[in-house]
Structures are given as structure tokens and as C-alpha cells.
Design a protein around this ligand. Structure first.
Ligand code: B12
Length: 227
């Protein structure tokens, strides 16, 4: 997929939805969603970040590229259109914490959960704790996934985790995002939280979960990724 990366970056910077989508559509014949998210769209957005940081593109260019990526991501979700809640499927909710506007990563995570047969609520970015908590109390998801990109937002994470840990439904809490893959935050993250560095790690966990469900076992988190 390395060959397509420069063309994809150019297409999103041009605001060219057709070309960007066409690149992804062609790759989808041979590659999984996971591969496309991990090896094309994520590195493309990191490259946009680098160009932005080096002042080689403007904020407007970066916004345009983000919008096209979001469009392409939504297209990859089309064959997973969710039917009304299916009681046989487990539930998972996802969001980025308050004042955290980065949302492409958590959107990818939510789509991968759908692909693995979950009922998903994707609550987008910038979700204050009380609203997240209310939704979790009423909907009772088995998994709550949060994303964080900005290092300065990390100090708020423990408050979210502690609040979800007190829920009687005892959800599994997943945390990921740029901050989690770039820094060791184990000192501020409560011990029973699953911190994931990337999508392949998430995908392995989802596979184990699926297999355990088939076997009638309630999957225990992989202790290697516990912090
Ligand atoms: C696009 C972008 C924006 C857009 C976001 C729009 C949107 N709708 O998402 C906008 C313009 C809003 C924005 C604003 C800002 N941004 Co910005 N942004 C970016 C950029 C270029 C790309 C982000 C992105 O989409 N990446 C692609 C996704 C797919 O990657 P990801 O989030 O890491 O997710 C992957 C994994 O981490 C993982 N993952 C993510 N979440 C989860 C969750 C779980 C449960 C799991 C399992 C896995 C997982 O899976 C994903 C797929 O591989 C990055 C550069 C970068 N390197 O990321 C900067 C970047 C994140 N931004 C940065 C900054 C500084 C800002 C601003 C403060 C700038 C400003 N001065 O205003 C504001 C803050 C706004 C706010 N309060 O949130 C810095 C952060 C630096 C830091 N140390 O914290 C970066 C790194 C740019 C830079 N190089 O300086 N930004």
C-alpha cells in the first residue's frame, strides 16, 4: 500500500473525493478494512500533520484533507449499515473525550467493531463525561472505547475511567489514540483499563473476543496489554 500513499495524500489535499475513494475502492478488492485504515489512511493523515507542522500546507488544506478522509471512511462503512439493535450482538460505544476534536481514529475503531458483529454507538468527538456516562447507564455497553490525541488532555482521562468503572454493568474500557501510542501513561491510567497502541492490536483482541463468544467464554482481557 506504500505505492498508493503519495497519490492518496495528493488526492485528499486536492479535496478530490472521487480520486481518494477510487484508490480505496481498488485496494478494497485485495485488502481488509484494517489494512487500509492502518497502512493508508492513518499514515496519510500523519503525513498531513507533518506538512502542517512544517508550514508546508495551511490549516485550510489540513481541514480539507481531513474532510475527504472522513468521507472516504464513511464509504468503507457502507456495507455494514447497522440494523436496529440486534439483541444477539454485544454493544460497544465510542467517543473522544471533551475538548478532543480528533475523531478519525475512533471512527475507524467503531467501524472495525461493526465489522466484527457488534452493535455500535459512535458518539463522535468532544463528548463531556456526564453525557458519556448517561449514555452508558441507559444503553449498558459491554465495551466503552475512548480516544485521545492531545497530550494536554491526558490528565482528564482517569476521571472518565473511574466514572465508568463504578457502573454496575462493569464495562471493559479501551483507550487508544496518538497519546497512547506515543507516551507511557501507565502511572495515571487505572490498572483494569485496556490501553491499545494501534488497530492491529485491537483486531487481535476482537478476534479472541469473537472466538470466546462462539465458545461461550466471557473473554478475559489479554494481560499483556493491561497497564
Ligand atoms: C486532522 C487533525 C486535526 C483536526 C481534527 C479534525 C477531526 N475531525 O478529527 C483539527 C483541525 C480539529 C485539529 C485541531 C487541533 N490539533 Co490536530 N491534528 C490533526 C492531524 C493532522 C491528524 C489527526 C488524525 O486524523 N490522524 C489519523 C488518525 C487515524 O490517527 P490517530 O488519531 O492516531 O488514531 C489511530 C490510532 O491512534 C488508533 N486509535 C485512536 N483512537 C483509538 C481508540 C481506541 C479505543 C483504540 C483501540 C485505538 C485508537 O487507531 C487509529 C488508526 O490507526 C494530527 C497529526 C497526527 N500525527 O495525527 C494533528 C495533531 C494531533 N493535532 C495537534 C494539535 C496541536 C492540534 C490543536 C491544538 C491545534 C491548535 N493550535 O488549534 C487543535 C486541538 C483541537 C482540539 N481541542 O481537539 C498535534 C497534537 C500534539 C500534541 N502533542 O498533543 C498533532 C499531532 C499535530 C502536530 N504534529 O503537532 N487537528
Amino acid at each position: 500500500m506504500r505505492n498508493e500513499l503519495p497519490d492518496f495524500v495528493e488526492a485528499i489535499l486536492d479535496g478530490d473525493q472521487g480520486k481518494s475513494f477510487e484508490i480505496v475502492r481498488r485496494l478494497r478488492d485485495k485488502h481488509s478494512r484494517l489494512d487500509i485504515y492502518h497502512s493508508l489512511i492513518t499514515p496519510a493523515m500523519y503525513e498531513i500533520g507533518k506538512l502542517w507542522q512544517e508550514n508546508r500546507i495551511t490549516v485550510a488544506d489540513e481541514h480539507l484533507a481531513t474532510g475527504v478522509c472522513d468521507f472516504v471512511l464513511s464509504q468503507t462503512e457502507f456495507d455494514l449499515l447497522q440494523k436496529p439493535l440486534s439483541s444477539s450482538k454485544p454493544k460497544a460505544m465510542f467517543f473522544s473525550i471533551e475538548d478532543e476534536w480528533h475523531q478519525l481514529g475512533i471512527k475507524m475503531v467503531s467501524i472495525l467493531f461493526k465489522e466484527h458483529g457488534w452493535n455500535v454507538r459512535y458518539l463522535n468527538a468532544n463528548l463531556p463525561l456526564d453525557h458519556a456516562l448517561n449514555n452508558a447507564k441507559v444503553w449498558k455497553p459491554e465495551v466503552i472505547g475512548m480516544s485521545i490525541s492531545l497530550a494536554y488532555r491526558a490528565p482528564d482521562l482517569p476521571e472518565y475511567i473511574e466514572a465508568f468503572n463504578k457502573l454496575p454493568s462493569r464495562p471493559t474500557i479501551l483507550i487508544g489514540g496518538r497519546v497512547m501510542s506515543s507516551y507511557d501513561l501507565s502511572s495515571i491510567i487505572p490498572g483494569n483499563t485496556m490501553v491499545m497502541k494501534d488497530l492491529p492490536e485491537l483486531n487481535s483482541w476482537l478476534k479472541v473476543k469473537k472466538q470466546n463468544r462462539r465458545d461461550g467464554i466471557n473473554a478475559q482481557p489479554n494481560t499483556s496489554s493491561l497497564h
